[in-house]
Write a protein that binds this ligand. Structure first.
Ligand code: MIG
Length: 657
């Protein structure tokens, strides 16, 4: 059962697609206490029982169970995802309390929302925002899993990626020339490591101008795209949110002329710096501007491109003139006060210049003829940039699917694209963080998701990349990506690249299953990843497990995320078949395991997972690209007497219903 409560005058986010009637104005919420504050904000307090588990919040930090910390929904470009951080790139205001009652809440509010989940007091949750204009949905069902399914129905069908997007992709910020890309492909092919995608980071552009290609490095870009396709590789260029201010650059000129950029309060165009230098931001919240910006993707599509990733769309801002001036004034003030050493107090000021709230306050969207401060609708920017692209794809090529994922997001964007979890690090703890994020992202509708495998920031090691990949085998988006300046971490950069062939090979052997389950989950508002507690709600241990996850109805995964470990303890809530892919040739073996705790050995060149009792899953032979997988020749692992419903389609058209 869903109840809809409206407070004040909410901003229409289009997150929910289902039409439903609202509760009468004086209706009482089913649990807790809602307070509308004198300052215009709200504070909603819900008592928590000792055993309550809190699921949700999508891509946020820390656990599958969110209890015990504070989180803020405010899309943030923060490349250091340490435990104390309260905001990452996504804003997914859906939570579920699972205990003696099963109740979910969706706070449809595009400004900052704070979730104090047993942080100030362990026995209560307080959700608050400084504006009380929002829609609150309350969802009550028999189980936490049912709450999530009901929520997914409300928010509409998740984005469907093309099948090639389930292949492995290599990325690195720093590839510049056509030869850089050719070399990567050649190395993968030479080492017989499967590869379907190459991600093309910002350096392909002409001075970071969106939708342009550097004419010196890529004099005939369509021919280059074609050359890569002939090698079985799709190129996925990045698109940044900011549009370079440069007379003569048509995207800039058209945007200015038509009023399609975000504004200052006086109606002039808002300016800030990002990669291209001074930029304007397309006002993607304005439907006309959104259409205009989306149509620009056609420039790359017409050159053969069928995959994109949208970046810097929190939107990230390096600094504005206002921010720079304020900083300069402060620096002078320090000097005038006779402070000789200004470095220390200025340090925070310097850091605060980027992504500053002051800038977001002073940036405006033109909505229905009125200026709306960006701060109030901040979390909708990445969502609508991705929506712009996706709506344009439907106009440009209505029958085709495109790969599209975004860094910033809000619930609702799950209908238009997937997400990756941004700038993680080559840290062991981030393997585990990724698993936890996948589980909660799925609940919020983001089925096509993944993390930078091998870690984006910091130097990776061979064992870390292998373990990261072994988890990535199961995430719909499987991409190795790294930051400029870090150690090179393409699979062939390490000794014994054949071990990488084995681990990535496992992905291709599992691909018919992974694709089938992803498609069924999308079409039926089901989950691809889920917590153990959704499948075994009566199992006290399963409910606590934070380092294993279920995939669809058949599989359990338990990644190794400790350096130098020869394996790990795995909890089996029921007897299962352990399936192992070993070595460069990805050899398959099976072993029945009893329920309970098991120590499972996993070598660095192995991928291990578990098939539930009474289930089986299809396995293909290894192939070098998704296209080459022979789906007519599948074997099954698990319980041979079980049934399996294999979903198949052409993977390219929208002919999936
Ligand atoms: O300010 O395009 O998260 O994946 O490689 C950094 C360069 C901008 C951030 C993205 C990352 C990408 C990088 N970008």
């Amino acid at each position: 059962m869903v109840k809809k409560y409206i407070y004040g005058i909410p901003f229409e986010t289009d997150a929910v697609v289902e039409q439903m009637k609202q509760e009468p104005e004086d209706a009482k919420l089913s649990v807790g206490k809602m307070e509308l504050l004198e300052n215009g904000g709200f504070s909603y307090t819900i008592p928590l029982e000792a055993a309550d588990i809190i699921y949700g919040l999508g891509e946020s930090n820390r656990g599958i169970n969110k209890r015990g910390y504070v989180y803020e929904s405010f899309c943030t470009d923060d490349p250091v995802h340490t435990e104390e951080k309260t905001s990452l790139y996504g804003a997914h205001n859906f939570i579920v309390i699972s205990g003696s009652k099963q109740i979910g809440f969706f706070f449809d509010h595009p400004g900052r929302v704070r979730f104090d989940i047993g942080y100030t007091r362990q026995d209560q949750m307080v959700i608050s925002a400084k504006e009380a204009n929002f829609v609150l949905y309350e969802i009550m069902e028999e189980s936490a899993y049912d709450v999530v399914r009901r929520f997914r129905k409300m928010i509409g069908q998740s984005y469907i990626a093309p099948k090639f997007a389930f292949g492995f992709g290599q990325s690195r910020w720093g590839y510049k020339t056509a030869d850089d890309f050719r070399r990567v492909v050649q190395k993968y092919r030479e080492n017989q490591i499967p590869l379907d995608l190459l991600y093309v980071d910002i350096d392909y552009m002409d001075r970071f101008m969106d939708f342009t290609v550097n004419p010196e490095e890529f004099p005939d870009f369509p021919a280059f795209v074609k050359e890569m396709q002939e090698q079985g590789v799709h190129l996925a260029p990045i698109i940044d949110a900011g549009v370079k201010i440069e007379p003569g650059y048509d995207v800039y000129e058209e945007g200015v002329e038509n009023g399609y950029f975000c504004k200052n309060e006086d109606g002039t165009d808002f300016e800030a710096t990002v990669w291209p230098g001074w930029t304007h931001f397309p006002d993607v919240l304005n439907p006309e501007a959104r259409k205009w910006f989306g149509d620009k993707y056609e420039r790359l599509i017409s050159q053969g491109i069928d995959a994109f990733w949208n970046d810097m769309n929190e939107p990230a801002i390096f600094y504005s003139r206002r921010g720079l001036d304020a900083l300069t004034r402060k620096a002078h003030a320090f000097h005038e006060n006779g402070d000789e050493i200004v470095t220390w107090p200025l340090k925070d000021e310097v850091l605060g210049v980027a992504n500053s709230l002051e800038d977001y306050k002073n940036m405006y969207h033109l909505i229905d003829g009125k200026l709306v401060s960006h701060e109030r609708v901040h979390n909708l920017f990445g969502y609508n940039m991705t929506r712009a692209a996706s709506e344009a794809f439907e106009r440009i090529a209505p029958d085709r699917r495109f790969l599209m994922f975004s860094r910033a997001s809000y619930i609702g964007m799950h209908r238009y694209g997937g997400v990756w979890t941004g700038d993680n690090h080559s840290w062991w703890s981030h393997i585990l963080l990724s698993l936890k994020q996948m589980v909660n992202l799925n609940m919020c509708g983001f089925l096509y998701c993944g993390s930078d495998l091998g870690g984006f920031g910091a130097n990776a090691t061979r064992d870390l990349v292998l373990r990261f990949l072994a988890l990535g085998v199961f995430s719909p988006l499987m991409r190795n990506h790294a930051c400029m300046g870090t150690r090179e971490q393409e699979c062939y950069q390490f000794e014994h690249p054949e071990d990488f062939r084995g681990v990535i090979g496992a992905r291709y052997r599992l691909l018919p299953y992974i694709y089938s389950e992803y498609m069924k989950a999308v079409l039926r508002s089901e989950l691809y990843f889920k917590p153990l507690g959704f499948v075994y709600p009566a199992d006290e241990i399963a409910l606590q497990i934070e380092d294993q996850a279920m995939i669809a109805d058949e599989v359990m995964i338990a990644p190794v995320y400790t350096q130098n470990a020869i394996g790990r303890p795995v909890y089996l809530p029921e007897p299962m078949t352990m399936v192992r892919f070993s070595g460069p040739d990805c050899e398959l073996s099976e072993e029945k395991l009893a329920a309970g705790w098991q120590f499972v050995k996993v070598a660095l060149n192995e991928v291990v997972f578990f098939v539930r009792s009474g289930r089986k899953i299809p396995i293909a032979e290894v192939a070098m690209t998704v296209d080459q997988i022979d789906e007519t020749n599948l074997q099954y692992v698990g319980d041979q007497d079980a049934e399996y419903e294999l979903y198949q389609d052409d993977g390219v058209t929208r002919d999936f219903l």
